[in-house]
Design a protein around this ligand. Structure first.
Ligand SMILES: N[C@@H](CCC(=O)N[C@@H](CS)C(=O)NCC(=O)O)C(=O)O
Length: 251
């Protein structure tokens, strides 16, 4: 339990607590209560103010899936990547100078970017150590190793194939390169149900999202047997279904 919730629980409806407080500390329970209430309000506002800027099916779907898994309160706002305008009529370039999604507004006028960082931020904040091990442990470095692999090899590898101006030879080379990475992923999934082991982890939100682009760029990821099984299993997860529905990808 958060320390201020503990303090808040100690706030008496009447003055019954005063008898247990030493005489030399008059009014300390009132101060404690006021501080805990202020912290409670700040925390609540922070949680409810969390907003994810997204583009349907883009890499922003990874934190979207994770937010659903964590059961967090959040809102989403679509960004038109052509005009860089949000659904709410804002200039997206002013929200994120890098001008790409995902962009997580986690408190007023403060945003966090980069998929792997946002995923770690959200899981750490929720203390969800089952889906992202504690910082400083070897297991955490393994998770970071996987996240970095997904970001630099899969995300950028498959993402490059969206480029219609890519010359045929360059495209062939890009497919060959990413296919080697997918051979590796298929081997991992031959031994494990999920990317990081026996249970769902933050890496699955990310790996599913970028491998799901296969259908849009003409790369049939399901020809890798274990990846095919994994994609079907992930697609049926409630957190994934809810994210895809909210982004307008499912009816
Ligand atoms: N390094 C960034 C890359 C994010 C990225 O590639 N976002 C894409 C969508 S998947 C995007 O918004 N592209 C639009 C643009 O660059 O204009 C991260 O890891 O979050």
């Amino acid at each position: 339990m958060k320390p201020y919730l503990l303090l808040f629980n100690m706030c008496p409806a009447d003055n019954s607590l005063s008898s247990s407080i030493p005489n030399e500390l008059p009014g300390i329970h009132s101060v404690t209560c006021i501080v805990s209430i202020i912290l409670l309000v700040v925390h609540y506002k922070e949680e409810t103010n969390m907003k994810l800027y997204y583009s349907p099916g883009a890499c922003s779907m990874a934190p979207h899936i994770l937010l659903n898994e964590l059961g967090k309160k959040f809102t989403i706002e679509k960004v038109d990547m052509g005009t860089k305008k949000t659904d709410g009529g804002k200039d997206f370039n002013k929200i994120n100078a890098k001008s790409y999604v995902p962009t997580l507004e986690f408190k007023k006028d403060e945003v966090l970017t980069e998929v792997s960082t946002i995923l770690q931020f959200l899981a750490d904040k929720a203390k969800a150590t089952k889906i992202l091990p504690k910082a400083g442990t070897m297991a955490r470095y393994r998770s970071m190793e996987t996240l970095n692999f997904i970001a630099s090899e899969l995300h950028k590898g498959i993402g490059a194939l969206f480029n219609k101006a890519l010359p045929e030879e360059a495209r062939k080379m890009a497919v060959e390169r990413v296919s080697k990475r997918l051979d590796y992923v298929d081997g991992v999934l031959a031994k494990n149900k999920f990317i990081g082991g026996k249970s769902f982890s933050v890496s699955d939100a990310y790996a599913f999202t970028v491998m799901n682009w296969g259908g849009w760029v003409g790369l049939d990821v399901k020809k890798w047997k274990n990846i095919g099984r994994y994609m079907d299993m992930m697609a049926s997860r409630p957190s994934v279904q809810a994210a895809m529905k909210a982004e307008g990808l499912l009816g």
